[in-house]
Design a binder for this molecule. Structure first.
Ligand SMILES: CC(C)(COP(=O)(O)OP(=O)(O)OC[C@H]1O[C@@H](n2cnc3c(N)ncnc32)[C@H](O)[C@@H]1OP(=O)(O)O)[C@@H](O)C(=O)NCCC(=O)NCCS
Length: 148
């Protein structure tokens, strides 16, 4: 399999966002995204990555470097919007994306990586635990979002 993991380019935006929309049965405000994409793209703390198989986008993740002000001031990385296209699951693409993210975090001197999984998303929990992620307890307060 010819798998490439790279920073999301503007021309790949629609195809990449479709993965998230299809996984969660949602509709991203694409018009709005286009108006702010350059700003996000040029912010060194924000990285959207995609996995491509033979040019087709099959995975998406948003990774953010959070700067810290305590201890040795080492940054930490958070992961959002992680998903693999349905037809390409269980082929270690998610695992390869996590390998990329781990190296990215390490190269940016991050102290740890953090993410959340929904309590009923047992597949994601198996996936993260298989990768050695430790289950903690997280809390979320919804403001405008209706459900998670
Ligand atoms: C969770 C997800 C990202 C996994 O991606 P993937 O590319 O299929 O995962 P991998 O092939 O790298 O799987 C690695 C390991 O994770 C575990 N795993 C993955 N999918 C699993 C499943 N459906 N059931 C049980 N364990 C699973 C297994 O241990 C697997 O290793 P194995 O195939 O050798 O048994 C994918 O299922 C997905 O996109 N789901 C929908 C979106 C989502 O839930 N995202 C996470 C939000 S918190």
């Amino acid at each position: 399999m010819n798998l490439i993991i790279e920073k999301l380019k503007k021309e790949d935006l629609k195809e990449a966002i479709n993965i998230y929309d299809n996984n969660y049965n949602l509709k991203t405000n694409y018009k709005k995204l286009l108006t702010i994409y350059e700003e996000i793209y040029n912010n060194p703390a924000y990285h959207n990555i995609v996995a491509k198989v033979n040019g087709e986008i099959v995975g998406l993740a948003t990774i953010i470097i959070n700067y810290d002000i305590v201890e040795e001031l080492k940054p930490f990385l958070t992961i959002w919007n992680f998903g693999v296209k349905k037809e390409y699951r269980r082929q270690k693409i998610g695992t390869e994306m996590f390998e990329y993210i781990y190296n990215f975090a390490k190269n940016n001197n991050c102290d740890f990586i953090s993410l959340i999984a929904e309590p009923n998303n047992k597949v994601a929990q198996s996936f993260y635990e298989n990768l050695g992620y430790i289950k903690m307890i997280g809390y979320v307060k919804l403001i405008n979002k209706k459900n998670w």
